[in-house]
Design a protein around this ligand. Structure first.
Ligand code: ADP
Ligand code: MG
Length: 264
């Protein structure tokens, strides 16, 4: 076969095998090889690495899309000075993602604005980057979806869905009281995932007042029991970051106004 024919054949192999990234870089790679004369092994390895990198990137994007994070926050953006209530060592331990490998849980407790959602999302992002399947939901959403599924005869499918991700983030438990039926749905999810997959749960209620979130205190205790058995509790007791920004803005505004008054 003529060289041109071989080249066309090669391109059609790449198309058939859907090796799009290699196809895109083929001309440049061949030209580079003509000049550098790498070994056959090295040439082939470099070429395949192009496709591996593209596939990894695509899969990561897929995992991040699936995760449905409500923000782009990362661990690097966590400001420890602004939040003295945040235990850095515990955050760093969680960031190793050992808890996910161990199918253990993390409970983030603290008043509004202290960074619970940010931390949960940032840990979730780390996990997705490390190759784990992650899904973010709020407690209210989880309960609403499960309730609807039960009514529409999709209970098993939905339970399988909640069981799927290696890390399930359940945000904002406790802002709304959970009626008995909703609590039992949450219990089902937690107990099916028990020793099977990790949960990061955030709540504004200290463990002692979980009875107030749930109409049914037995269910509250059963949920806590499973979450805490292999669980890290991280309590963030500190100022609200939201209010802090608010305060800063107010102060800047006032300084500006005062400056204007003395200046003019
Ligand atoms: P919570 O979920 O506890 O109510 P959030 O995670 O929503 O609080 O935090 C409120 C806002 O403050 C968010 O924009 C978040 O990114 C920011 N924030 C909170 N804590 C920190 C922190 N330690 N460093 C940087 N930003 C923070
Ligand atoms: Mg939050």
């Amino acid at each position: 076969m003529k060289e041109q024919g071989v080249y066309q054949q090669l391109r059609s192999h790449l198309a058939y095998l859907r090796l799009g990234a290699i196809a895109e870089q083929l001309a440049a790679a061949l030209e580079h090889a003509e000049q550098e004369k790498p070994s056959y092994t090295r040439f082939l390895e470099r070429l395949l690495a192009v496709e591996v990198e593209a596939t990894e990137r695509r899969r990561l994007e897929g995992r991040l899309r699936f995760a449905s994070f409500p923000s782009e926050k990362t661990l690097a953006e966590l400001d420890y000075d602004a939040q003295p209530g945040l235990d850095r060592r515990m955050v760093e331990e969680l960031a190793t993602l050992r808890f996910i490998a161990a199918k253990a849980n993390a409970l983030l407790i603290g008043p509004p604005g202290v960074g619970k959602t940010m931390l949960a999302v940032a840990l979730g992002r780390e996990a997705a980057q490390a190759g784990y399947r992650v899904y973010y939901t709020t407690a209210a959403d989880l309960v609403a979806k499960t309730q609807r599924a039960a009514l529409e005869g999709r209970w098993q499918t939905t339970m399988r869905f909640w069981n799927g991700p290696q890390l399930l983030i359940v945000d904002e438990l406790g802002y709304l009281p959970l009626p008995a039926e909703a609590a039992s749905h949450l219990f089902q999810v937690v107990s099916r995932r028990y020793e099977h997959g990790s949960i990061i749960l955030t709540t504004n209620r200290g463990i002692a007042s979980w009875g107030e979130i749930f109409d049914d205190t037995t269910v509250a205790a059963a949920i806590l029991d499973r979450l805490l058995h292999h669980g890290t509790v991280l309590t963030i007791n500190g100022p609200s970051y939201r209010m802090r920004r608010h305060q800063e803005q107010t102060e800047t505004l006032r300084a500006g106004l005062l400056g204007g008054a003395t200046g003019g």
